[in-house]
Design a protein around this ligand. Structure first.
Ligand SMILES: [Zn+2]
Length: 175
């Protein structure tokens, strides 16, 4: 399972033989993704099955997973983001216009010159799956929501008092 995957494959040949690829790709090889990571270390576990379905669509189905180190946008520290996604890709040859003919349950994958770059494929998939604004869970973050609210709030403290009273009343009622 821990073998490195080839960087490029012939997707039509693999679909024709019903091949399965399982292995790992290094995150360090994914340059576009690297700018979104705190540390571009580690690998992506990839499992892909190639084949041809009853509609004669050549497909790639499978999944990938990785523990990515993203940058929390609240405290700017690294955070581990476990990512696990499935893929359902239908191969489209050459011009993108043929993507319209694909059955709806496939994402189009445009193949040029009988060659597929697995690193770029997985990198594209990961980029689409990343959260737009990654953040720690509140409890795990170095900057708590309270500290964000309290810091400039001395002037506004007066307005918070009615709510403090109210929550006290609610607690009393619930006893
Ligand atoms: Zn954080």
């Amino acid at each position: 399972m821990s073998n490195p995957l080839p960087k490029t494959v012939d997707p039509y040949r693999l679909a024709g033989t019903g091949a399965e690829l399982r292995g790992r790709l290094p995150l360090a090889a994914m340059k576009r993704l690297a700018s979104r990571l705190a540390v571009a270390e580690g690998e992506v576990d990839v499992s892909l099955a190639f084949g041809i379905d009853a509609d004669h669509t050549r497909y790639i189905r499978g999944s990938y997973s990785a523990a990515l180190q993203l940058v929390c946008q609240r405290c700017m520290e690294a955070m581990v983001f476990p990512l696990r996604q499935t893929v359902r890709l239908g191969m489209v040859t050459g011009e993108a216009g043929k993507a319209d003919l694909l059955p709806g349950h496939y994402e189009p994958l445009i193949i040029e010159e009988d060659s597929l770059n697995l690193v770029e494929l997985v990198e594209d998939e990961i980029l689409l799956a990343l959260p737009i604004v990654p953040m720690h869970d509140q409890k795990a973050c170095a900057i708590s929501l309270e500290s964000l609210c309290d810091a400039p709030a001395t002037a506004a403290a007066e307005t918070h008092k009615p709510f403090a009273k109210l929550s006290g009343m609610i607690k009393a009622q619930n006893k």
